[in-house]
Design a binder for this molecule. Structure first.
Ligand SMILES: O=P(O)(O)OC[C@H]1O[C@H](O[C@H]2O[C@H](CO)[C@@H](O)[C@H](O)[C@H]2O)[C@H](O)[C@@H](O)[C@@H]1O
Ligand SMILES: [Mg+2]
Length: 269
């Protein structure tokens, strides 16, 4: 276990636990738990743009080794679209939920994806066209979802909020807005990351195991709550306060994606 890894426990008074050995020990209980990892900001460091991320070369094989130790009970649960997320970890393919839980590929290989309607295609084109002149704003087409990024143009946040709120009204009740780190997304409303975790747990090799969910952003709160409800554990990368000022449901904290990767490297050995 890396000495650099420092875990802070989320307590009511904000107290910190002395080291990350607790998390390492927890994740090392391979027969008892199944693990669910968010991608951006959790396994991989955040970057200026969605395509600017760098996957550390050892990460895919470390995840594969850890998955094997959990008997295959390791899944990715991400806001990314499934094909994009799969490419990040080639040649390995893990069970995965995409678009914040709306799409899912089970361990059996069964895939549940969403058909993109012509109306949603038109709405995405309208969003892109409205934001076309806004320097630094990036519209990410994710098929059945769309993200409006303002990391490089924070001054545009209010305008983008208004644009996406208007688009959400047009999209109707089958879609919902998902706020995240310097992004506002329009995504299928039909599932959350928490529901995706529960679906995984209904099937082998996850069934009979307790969940440990690891994430960093608002969308991950649903899977933190699911893990807590089911008697598992929830780990947030970051501190206990969320961007909207509320407190995370996660019961453990890690300081960075690098800290998590160090723990994974240690578990993979
Ligand atoms: O659920 P996740 O796996 O964490 O995905 C959440 C979103 O991640 C990406 O956006 C975020 O990461 C970008 C790259 O580091 C960063 O530039 C952006 O500001 C972040 O919001 C991705 O682009 C989204 O589609 C995901 O929903
Ligand atoms: Mg994330």
């Amino acid at each position: 276990m890396s000495q650099q890894a420092k875990t802070r426990e989320a307590t009511q008074d904000g107290g910190l636990s002395p080291s990350s050995s607790g998390v390492c020990d927890l994740l090392g209980d391979f027969d008892r738990f199944a693990v669910f990892f968010d991608i951006d900001g959790t396994l991989i460091d955040l970057a200026a743009t969605p395509d600017g991320i760098v996957v550390p070369p050892e990460l895919p094989s470390n995840l594969a080794a850890v998955s094997q130790k959990f008997g295959g009970g390791l899944a990715l649960v991400t806001g990314r679209a499934l094909p994009y997320a799969d490419r990040l970890f080639e040649p390995h393919r893990f069970p995965i939920a995409g678009l914040h839980g709306a799409e899912q590929r089970m361990a059996s290989g069964t895939v549940d994806r969403i058909t993109v309607t012509p109306e949603f295609e038109a709405l995405k084109a309208e969003i892109a066209s409205n934001a076309a002149g806004w320097d630094g704003v990036l519209i990410e087409d994710k098929g059945a979802a769309v993200g409006a990024h303002y990391r490089q143009a924070p001054e545009r946040q209010a305008e983008l909020d208004a644009l996406m709120e208007n688009a959400a009204k047009k999209a109707g009740s089958e879609f919902s807005l998902q706020r995240g780190k310097m992004v506002i997304e329009l995504r299928p409303a039909r599932a959350s990351k928490g529901e995706a975790v529960k679906r995984f747990l209904n099937e082998a090799p996850f069934a009979g195991r307790l969940p440990i969910t690891v994430g960093d952003d608002l969308t991950d709160e649903a899977m933190f709550r699911a893990a807590n409800e089911l008697g598992g554990h929830s780990i947030r990368i970051g501190d206990k306060t969320l961007p909207d000022g509320s407190t995370t449901a996660a019961t453990l904290l890690l300081s960075s994606a690098q800290e998590l990767r160090d723990i994974l490297a240690s578990l993979a050995r």
